[in-house]
Design a protein around this ligand. Sequence first.
Ligand code: ZN
Length: 138
Amino acid sequence: MNISHIEHLGIAVKSLEQAIPYYEQILGFKCYAVEEVADQKVKTAFFKAGQTKIELLEPTSPESTIAKFIEKRGEGIHHIAFTVDDVQKSLDEAAEKGIQLIDKAPRKGAEGLEIAFLHPKSTIGVLTELCQQPKNKE
Ligand code: ZN
């Protein structure tokens, strides 16, 4: 697969309201977007660290995978997201090489990105997200 850079790091937090001040006041970032992704039952807050973003994830429901993650492992780094030129192609390639997929096809993530996850069982413990900028509809 063709990875250009780390798109973002996903960090699970119990509360955006409590987490955002740390990122703004101590680290000096500016939160530039807060967005709810109903599909994933999370509320996200974004910061830019150069080309890479920090994505804070707060669960909006106890059924959210983020809620389950926090319950099991506590707050902290949840996933790493790489930008690829073609998510579907990358998924197919990974599957061919025996990697277990969470998503067999890309779906809509925050910021309109096309996203898909590889299973941490196949990625040596790191939940891995592949992202692609949305294609312009003409
Ligand atoms: Zn993500």
